[in-house]
Design a protein around this ligand. Structure first.
Ligand code: UT7
Length: 322
């Protein structure tokens, strides 16, 4: 039987910090509103860096943490909704930056659940016996898609990357991963692609911004997160008390709070770092897991669950023993 484990983690955020006070130069908002409705105090934003730069810096830390040689990596999967190009993908660019040879690389788009999708794919590819070590990354420069005149959305997002080395193991560490998707046919959370206009009319194509019906997304999130945790526990014959910690997608502290209340789980064991970074989409989960491990909230031998939801709508969750 082939098992898998997390061998190393790493993360990176750009240097520039934008506080809630700073946001007042763009939109009619207040620190009080943002903190009380979301828990966010500040976020990091890119100035001259691209998604691949963030991905590279997080990956180097994860590789160092794993203590493996780069040449041992045979899969690179990057979850992102903010790739720097239509193609080549960030995975391919990252391979070049890291100087990797003979690896399969690809990107996936499952919005904020993307990292869980990458984990599911890497976990199953390694368990198939065909691969040994996967570098999986969630990297986003979401502030490039942000409409800085829309107070409903611009206060929420930040830029970051988180990375993990997933490796073949003798012990059953990554116990289960589940992912799902349902069509958001009403477009409650959407960012359209560049408009293709008839060049004969000389129209200029523009990149769309994020559009969101916050209340509908909130309802979806608070329903799917507890459900995913319950499904994982049931599938693995576990109970909530077996979990030492839950690391949820950092989209809104109120969403995490409500999920904990619905589950009957203590907020003391729900990881929170949203106040410093905002919602960093597919980077949110690996950034949070890296911080939870580095700050010793999750320790060797602990059993934790992670869970995310995102545009699509998509969701994913996992139960992992560190
Ligand atoms: O990764 C997935 C991404 N998205 C999410 O997870 C978002 C999920 N949804 C949410 O987190 C919440 O719905 C929000 C934080 C986006 C909004 O919180 P809310 O409690 O649902 O507020 P609301 O949209 O119902 O708006 C309440 C009021 C409105 O004013 P009126 O109509 O009551 O006068 C908004 O115009 O708050 C106003 N408002 C703001 N006021 C100050 C909305 N944004 C702001 C703002 N500053 N930034």
């Amino acid at each position: 039987m082939i098992y898998t484990k997390i061998k190393g983690t790493g993360s990176y955020v750009p240097k520039k910090v934008m506080t809630n006070e700073d946001l007042k130069q763009f939109v009619d908002t207040s620190d009080e509103w943002i903190v009380s409705r979301t828990g966010i105090k500040e976020r990091h934003i890119v100035t001259d860096e691209f998604t691949v730069d963030l991905a590279e810096k997080a990956s180097l830390k994860a590789i160092e943490d794993a203590g493996i040689d780069k040449s041992e990596i045979d899969i690179v999967i990057v979850a992102t909704v903010t790739p720097d190009n239509a193609f080549p993908g960030i995975g391919n660019l990252l391979q070049g930056r890291l100087g990797l040879e003979r690896v399969m690389t690809f990107d996936i788009n499952a919005a904020c659940s993307g990292f869980l999708y990458a984990l599911e794919i890497a976990d199953k590819m390694i368990k198939s016996g065909a691969y040994n070590n996967a570098l999986i990354v969630g990297a986003e420069t979401l502030t490039r898609l942000t409409d800085w005149r829309d107070r409903n959305t611009c206060v929420l997002f930040g830029d970051a990357a988180g990375a993990m080395i997933i490796s073949k193991s003798d012990t059953n560490s990554i116990k289960d991963v589940i992912c799902g998707s349902v069509s958001d046919s009403d477009g409650h959370l959407i960012c359209n692609n560049v408009d293709i206009k008839d060049p004969a009319v000389n129209a200029v194509s523009v990149q769309d911004h994020i559009h969101m019906n916050g209340r509908e997304v909130f309802k979806f999130a608070t329903r799917i997160m507890p459900k995913t945790i319950r499904d994982l526990l049931e599938r693995n014959n576990m109970v909530l008390d077996d979990l030492d910690y839950i690391v949820a997608h950092q989209a809104n502290e109120r969403i995490i709070n409500k999920a904990a209340r619905d589950l009957g789980y203590s907020m003391d064991k729900m990881f929170l770092n949203i106040s410093k970074y905002g919602n960093t989409s597919s980077a949110s989960v690996p950034l949070a897991i890296d911080e939870a491990i580095k700050t010793k909230k999750i320790n060797k031998g602990d059993l934790f669950a992670t869970v995310a939801f995102g545009g699509g709508f998509t969701w994913g969750g996992a139960i992992i023993e560190l």
